[in-house]
Design a protein around this ligand. Structure first.
Ligand SMILES: [Zn+2]
Length: 249
């Protein structure tokens, strides 16, 4: 049974509507992995920062240990010099040893000052460190949620897509063979995947160029296959969008 031009156009429009739905589903699914990957980058960045703070804290702790050892050594040396003071033979020797004791005393003071400074520094950085750890835990929790969400949406949209693919397959059976070839070629070449478009505000809704009034009338007559003179897309009556399509039943 030969289809009328109107039936052919309607079938083609129906196929386009289904394909547009599939395009939308794929677009939604395509954006989600980016969100997850952004979060993963954030986690990695924070982990690097935490590692760095941890390294600085360790260095400060090490430096405190070193200073404590220096104090121990200085105190031991002081004790040794003090014993030597008991058997000095002259004033010159006494002065020399006293000078050494003084130097060791200064060593101890400097090291104690450094230990205090490092202690403050550790206290300061520990706050930032704890905060970064808490942020990281929060971020990881968000990442897990987003991943779970992605899995759910992926499987949901895959199911939805399968339904539309089945519908598209069905719709193709009702589409005129020669028109289908033209349709596929147009759809592959169009960035927005639109091969069949309606008139919108007196213009082609594929390329937005104006359609002369007489041409608009011809399109609405549904008696001829009419393509946009600017982009080559197949133009159909916008009334199709409001009609129940018998092809879909
Ligand atoms: Zn156009």
């Amino acid at each position: 049974m030969e289809q009328t031009v109107e039936q052919k156009l309607k079938a083609l429009y129906e196929l386009q509507t289904i394909h547009t739905q599939i395009d939308k589903i794929r677009q939604v699914r395509g954006e989600l992995p980016m969100e997850v990957s952004d979060l993963e980058d954030e986690v990695a960045g924070l982990e690097t920062r935490i590692q760095k703070i941890k390294g600085e804290l360790d260095e400060l702790e090490d430096s405190i240990v070193t200073r404590k050892n220096m104090i121990k050594e200085a105190l031991a040396a002081t004790k040794k010099y003090e014993t030597q003071l008991n058997d000095v033979k002259n004033n010159r020797e006494y002065d020399a040893i006293s000078k050494e004791i003084e130097i060791q005393g200064l060593e101890v003071q400097v090291s104690e000052k450094k230990i205090k400074e490092h202690g403050f520094e550790i206290a300061n950085r520990t706050d930032g460190y704890q905060k970064a750890l808490a942020d990281l835990a929060e971020l990881k929790k968000n990442l897990e949620l987003k991943k779970a969400e992605l899995d759910t949406i992926t499987s949901e949209t895959e199911k939805e897509e399968a339904v539309y693919l089945k519908k598209a397959e069905e719709a193709e059976k009702h589409t005129d063979e020669r028109l289908l070839i033209a349709y596929n070629r147009l759809r592959n070449n169009a960035k927005n995947g639109l091969a069949v478009v309606t008139i919108q505000r007196d213009s082609c809704s594929g390329c937005f160029n104006q359609i002369p009034p007489q041409r608009q009338l011809d399109i609405r007559q549904r008696k001829k296959i009419i393509v946009c003179e600017h982009c080559g897309r197949i133009l159909v009556d916008e009334g199709f969008a409001l009609e129940e399509n018998p092809v879909a039943e």
